[in-house]
Design a protein. Structure first.
Length: 323
């Protein structure tokens, strides 16, 4: 496993990491989560991603219990959580980044995770109804109180990130150091174009999610939606429509030929392609089975096989595709 610095910070994270969105609490129980965490750790993974809203808080509970049972030294792994959506539809408890919500949200997450602090904390979306200065102060205070070590954003615009950074700099506060955007062969514009200036200007790091486009880039949806997939879960109708997109599945078929020639699966090729972007600090992968973790981890080796010629072929196949 290779390790990369989180943007301009001194923190090192494994280039492949493990996330809990959809799986923990929906597809994966406590025992399976513990086995998945252990398998990822054995492969060299040191970063495990979570969020308050995942499975209504259950994902944090499951991860917290698994970490307690595994009893790893706390210094040896990096844990994240995210805030914005909330767990209860009530004033100051959801869809906000105001000081009151953030002050209480971090305590709730730490309790569910059974930890004294999280390493990374993200503002899960931007909040247009709370003054940005209030949010920046609250996030900086969270770090000053020792409840998080670094803070950042998820799916914020470049202008919003820059504005938050400038507020923190002006008031000598802890600055946002990372962003968590979706990034894959079918979703590239934000990472490659919109954020381009931020990498050099403020040293932005990326913990990217959905390298497989929610499974589309595994090729398993080329013949429809298979039983047991996340697209079959209640409340994921919106995802099902995207996964059966005829044009994208046709392009996945062409990518499968490239993968075959490289001696890997199309899913491994897709993850490896994300790794070839030096701006990416870590690629968050997901797995509902231990076997999937072993397969995903092989992407590190595949990345070295993506020569300029192979990269050009991939570009030609996916050209013009954006969600």
């Amino acid at each position: 496993m290779n390790y990369r610095r989180l943007g301009r910070s001194g923190l090192q994270v494994s280039e492949l990491s493990l996330g809990s969105w959809v799986t923990y609490g929906n597809q994966v129980d406590r025992r399976a989560a513990r086995e998945s965490l252990a398998a990822a750790r054995d492969a060299g993974v040191n970063f495990f991603d979570n969020a308050e809203v995942y499975a209504g808080g259950k994902a944090e509970e499951i991860m917290g219990q698994a970490l307690k049972e595994l009893a790893w030294p706390r210094v040896s792994y990096v844990i994240s959580t995210k805030f914005y959506w909330g767990l209860h539809e009530a004033p100051n408890q959801y869809h906000t980044l105001n000081r009151k919500y953030l002050h209480n949200a971090i305590d709730g997450s730490l309790s569910r995770l059974q930890l004294d602090y999280v390493d990374l904390v993200f503002c899960h979306r931007a909040d247009p109804h709370t003054p940005l200065e209030e949010t920046v102060w609250a996030m900086s205070d969270m770090i000053a109180r020792g409840k998080a070590l670094y803070w950042g954003t998820s799916e914020w615009s470049a202008d919003e990130i820059r504005a938050a950074y400038e507020i923190a700099e002006r008031h000598h506060l802890h600055k946002p150091v990372m962003e968590q955007p979706q990034y894959n062969l079918f979703c590239r514009k934000r990472v490659e174009q919109e954020y381009k200036r931020l990498y050099e200007d403020i040293g932005l790091g990326l913990t990217t999610w959905s390298p497989l486009a929610s499974g589309l880039l595994t090729g398993k949806y080329r013949s429809g939606v298979p039983a047991g997939s996340r697209a079959q879960l209640e409340g994921y109708d919106w995802l099902r429509t995207r996964l059966v997109d005829a044009e994208k599945n046709e392009r996945v078929g062409k990518l499968e030929q490239v993968a075959y020639e490289l001696g890997c699966s199309v899913g491994q090729l897709a993850i490896a392609w994300v790794l070839t972007n030096p701006r990416v600090s870590t690629v968050i992968t997901g797995a509902s089975r231990v076997e999937q973790i072993a397969e995903n981890m092989k992407a590190s080796d595949v990345a070295a096989r993506i020569t300029p010629e192979v990269a050009k072929r991939i570009e030609e196949i996916v050209a013009g595709v954006e969600p």
